[in-house]
Design a protein. Sequence first.
Length: 121
Amino acid sequence: MSDTQTDGKFTKLGTAFLQDMVGHGADVIASYTDIPTEAAEQIAFHLAERMTIHWGGSMLYVPKNSPLKLHKRDLEIWQAFTGNNQHQLAQKYNLSIITIYQIIAKIRKSLPDKQKDLFDE
């Protein structure tokens, strides 16, 4: 396949993704700053162009959930976990009970160990 082929399925998908990146990027930039919409669009366009240079030609999977979003969800599950409500949490977050247990174990493992008692040997 040559670099000039522009009508393939993945090329169309990639082009749509970049156009979406520009549109959504401009919206985010404009809504979080005092930058005029036109300038926000230019910034978003340059960002999409930079991503094309950096990622162009790659087969890329874009996950639906960002790691930050998943971490936030996992912390919510941890905070809501009472020791016997895994079924309710699984339903609430549309996850399996096994996944709830895995999340609880992962968070529990990431917590610092309880400090030893000075008089315990």
